[in-house]
Ligand binder design. Structure first.
Ligand SMILES: CC(C)(COP(=O)(O)OP(=O)(O)OC[C@H]1O[C@@H](n2cnc3c(N)ncnc32)[C@H](O)[C@@H]1OP(=O)(O)O)[C@@H](O)C(=O)NCCC(=O)NCCS
Length: 172
């Protein structure tokens, strides 16, 4: 039985450990801490997965901007997410994404961007961002940068490049 809940301060260390082991390095845990300390952090969207009261996964959505020709449109970036290696492939990552997207929608967000596995995110409805006229600021292959409309049609007429806050460049 997996429970998804908002992170607490007492979870910070285990969230670091899960990210370090899943990603094989400390970059993502540094990124999470930098986002937490920034104005872009959304406390309700830093979620953990608990299995038998053990924290086994984490997902974070934070605010980023789409820079269009005329304006900055706020959106959410899903990054990072991790499930501890011994608990992967049991549906925990799927539950974290689904719950996170539901909560983001309830909070009134209209769309989400993600840089990630092109085999994992499309099952939730993510599509290649270029199909919607949204571009990645990173030199990556088209299919790994994806967008999802929490509100159908919300990206219509919005074209531009995603801008990540400084927290992201500090650790990549
Ligand atoms: C990506 C990641 C978060 C996915 O977490 P996860 O808990 O393994 O995800 P899920 O179990 O929901 O889904 C993973 C696969 O397991 C399969 N799966 C789900 N439940 C399963 C079960 N009960 N038994 C067997 N396989 C299962 C899913 O079908 C899925 O396969 P697919 O991608 O081919 O569709 C995890 O692999 C991870 O932490 N990776 C390292 C860090 C990383 O890359 N993060 C994401 C950056 S984009």
């Amino acid at each position: 039985m997996i429970k998804i809940r908002i992170e607490k301060e007492a979870d910070y260390i285990v969230i670091d450990e899960i990210n370090s082991s899943a990603f094989n390095g400390k970059g993502e845990s540094k990124l999470i801490r930098a986002i937490r300390d920034s104005e872009w952090f959304v406390p309700e969207l830093s979620l953990i997965a608990e299995k038998h009261e053990e924290v086994v996964g984490h997902i974070l959505f934070s605010e980023v901007m789409i820079q269009t020709e005329n304006e900055q449109v706020p959106t959410l970036a899903l990054a990072p997410m991790a499930v501890s290696p011994q608990h992967q492939k049991q549906g925990i990552g799927t539950l974290l994404v689904q719950t996170g997207l539901e909560k983001a929608q309830q909070l009134g967000y209209e769309h989400v961007v993600v840089l990630g596995h092109p085999n994992f995110y499309p099952k939730f409805g993510f599509v290649s961002s270029v199909a919607k006229g949204i571009h990645s600021p990173f030199p990556v292959q088209e299919e790994v940068f994806m967008v999802f409309e929490l509100k159908k049609g919300s990206l219509e007429g919005i074209q531009g490049k995603v801008e990540y806050p400084p927290a992201f460049s500090a650790v990549t």
